[in-house]
Design a protein around this ligand. Structure first.
Ligand code: OAD
Length: 237
């Protein structure tokens, strides 16, 4: 399963490419890139602190909880998310692969050493890494950066061997994440998409549902439970 910003929209977390999305208000290269951080680390941290605070004040929605239920019902389940908000974990999903990092974590911009998750960063006095003295930055993937090879490899392995691939709340425009459903489909998986609007994936999906994930996913999970008579252990009853 792959999720994007749309799954958290009903919790109040802005998406990126909608009319009121983040990338319509801010320029990604001016806030979410190493060049921006080097040029103006204070501004970058102010923006991330604003997003951290926003996320700290929202809750998982019905879509996140439906996915958590699915993760408990299915014996083999992997959730690959592009979201950095941590709401899937908060909803109780298991086996989460965070492709783009987690906004709650911070790390050294030079050596990558992680700092404690609840570490608050003062933009006017950005702390230095305990290991090498480098400036601390958010542990998210920025524009122009490679994804962690172990993480993206794990995501592609799961896409290649799954029977069913759900793509939810993503514009399916950002690669390599957007390649995952295509790979799953090529390897024989059934592809289901849930999104507010059509995406480049819609034409190849076996089922493409247009609607809010918080409305659609609970219905999908109930239908899967009925059809496959799944018990909480994931075994057919
Ligand atoms: P986008 O903002 O590109 O797309 C969000 C999608 O969710 C859109 O197609 C919306 O129509 C849909 N959507 C909105 N509300 C929805 C709802 N309630 N239910 C279902 N669908 C809904 O976000 P992503 O595809 O996640 O990367 O963007 C991918 C990456 O681009 C992000 O992870 C981020 C961004 O640049 C990094 O920061 C590295």
């Amino acid at each position: 399963m792959l999720t994007g910003a749309g799954i958290s929209a009903e919790s109040g977390v802005p998406t990126f490419r909608s009319a009121d999305g983040l990338w319509n208000k801010f320029k990604p290269e001016e806030l979410a890139s190493m060049a921006a951080f080097v040029a103006n680390p204070k501004m970058v941290w102010e923006w991330y602190n604003w997003r951290r605070e926003l996320i700290a004040n929202v809750k998982p929605n019905a879509g996140h909880f439906a996915i958590a239920e699915l993760s408990a019902l299915l014996p083999r389940f992997t959730l690959v998310t592009q979201n950095v908000d941590g709401l899937h974990a908060l909803a109780g999903s298991r086996n989460i692969v965070e492709l783009h990092g987690n906004i709650g974590r911070s790390k050294c911009s030079d050596c990558g050493l992680l700092v404690p998750e609840d570490c608050h960063i003062d933009p006017s006095a950005i702390p230095a890494c305990r290991g090498c003295g480098g400036k601390i930055r958010p542990d998210v993937v920025w524009f122009g950066e490679m994804l962690d090879p172990n993480i993206i490899d794990a995501a592609f392995r799961e896409a290649e061997r799954c029977d069913l691939f759900l793509s939810v709340g993503t514009s399916a425009l950002v690669h390599p994440a957007a390649t995952l459903p295509v790979v799953a489909k090529r390897h024989g998986a059934t592809l289901i998409e849930v999104n507010l609007e059509p995406t480049p994936l819609s034409a190849m999906a076996d089922i493409s549902v247009q609607g809010k994930s918080g409305d659609v996913l609970p219905v999908v999970v109930e239908a899967l439970k009925r059809r496959h008579r799944l018990s909480p252990s994931g075994e057919p009853r």
